[in-house]
Design a protein around this ligand. Structure first.
Ligand SMILES: [Zn+2]
Ligand SMILES: [Zn+2]
Length: 334
């Protein structure tokens, strides 16, 4: 089979590799469409170390091609979206349901080979059946959508509340839609004005480009009170954390999902004085089914996010496109 194999930073080659065989409890999936994200880019660029050679890619949809011993579902020919993280299942964290926090978690496309290939071997328990009426393109972003579903749940957003989303990338534009589905009024805040029109189309009632005036005033105008009830941070920068704290009202909640690796300077006095609840949100626990439901029910539109499409052989062009300002989600077709 063909696979895009990464041999070192920026050294990716499409090669013929051995056809994967499913072991006990595993299936082999023929990839129909895969999404490329910032994590893949940081692996490609050598910023995030992996063991080489490695096949990247963790956002994908496909059809089950072969099943290993002991697998009852999915069956051969089933269309599936993949939950690309699996935990050990036996540690205290896993047993108490915190499998996203498992210290022995395996990430497909990072710790083991992923979906920038024709075929991928995955545990059967990572497969989620795709409803017949839903197209592959629509569920290609189920993985980032599950991240957002959890973030919004961690923020305990209720109908009638006001919420702000910081960052208008894939996660931010999905967060706008999930918040809308929960009945919140949404303010989308981005460092660039470029995505704000799309943000409006996808349900943001208000939008704001960061350099245009103080965020506190915007949040007050939008909420009609001291700030918004909940902020979902998706931008992954130190700056975004301070933006989130500027937008939230006293007593409000801030959910951090963007994984800023850099040290972040925060005036914690304002957190104490205003009793802000700051929570982290790490990938997903049981949010895949809800992510699929939101897409199938039409509450979340994913196609406007797919801005580029490349064949697997053009993977280097796909990575270049990912860095273009106009790109939101780049798709690879093996
Ligand atoms: Zn991703
Ligand atoms: Zn575990």
């Amino acid at each position: 089979m063909k696979a895009a194999v990464l041999h070192g930073p920026r050294a990716v080659r499409v090669e013929s590799t051995a056809t994967p065989e499913p072991s006990v409890g595993e299936v082999v999936v023929r990839v129909t469409v895969a999404g490329l994200c910032g994590t893949d880019y940081s692996i490609f660029a050598g910023e995030r170390p992996v063991r080489y050679p490695r096949v990247m890619g963790h956002e994908f949809v496909g059809r089950v091609e072969a099943v290993g011993a002991g697998v009852t579902t999915p069956g051969i020919g089933d269309r599936v979206a993949i939950e690309p993280n699996y935990s050990c299942g036996v540690c205290p964290l896993c047993r108490e349901g915190n499998r996203n926090l498992c210290l022995a978690r395996t990430a497909i496309g990072i710790d083991v080979d992923g979906c920038f290939a024709e075929l991928v071997r995955v545990p059967a328990r990572c497969c989620w059946g795709v409803p017949e009426a839903v197209a592959d393109d629509d569920v290609m972003v189920t993985e980032p959508l599950a991240v957002v579903v959890r973030a919004v749940a961690r923020g305990a957003v209720r109908a009638g509340e006001t919420a702000a989303v910081v960052g208008a990338g894939t996660l931010g534009l999905l967060a706008v839609q999930v918040l809308r589905a929960r009945g919140a009024r949404v303010l989308l805040v981005s460092r660039t004005a470029r995505r704000l029109t799309l943000g409006r189309d996808l349900g943001a009632e208000n939008v704001h480009a960061v350099p245009d005036g103080p965020l506190e005033a915007v949040a007050r105008a939008v909420s009609g009170r001291e700030g918004v009830d909940c902020v979902i941070e998706t931008a992954g920068t130190a700056e975004a954390v301070s933006h989130a704290l500027a937008l939230v009202r006293p007593g409000g909640r801030v959910v951090l999902t963007g994984l800023p690796h850099d040290a972040t300077s925060v005036r914690f006095f304002s957190v104490v004085r205003r009793e802000i609840t700051i929570v982290g949100s790490m990938i997903y626990q049981d949010e895949f089914a809800e992510a699929m439901r939101l897409v199938a029910a039409g509450h979340v539109r994913t196609r406007p996010l797919i801005t580029h499409r490349f064949a697997l052989g053009d993977i280097e062009r796909a990575f270049a496109a990912h860095r273009e300002p106009a790109s939101i989600k780049v798709a690879l077709i093996p």
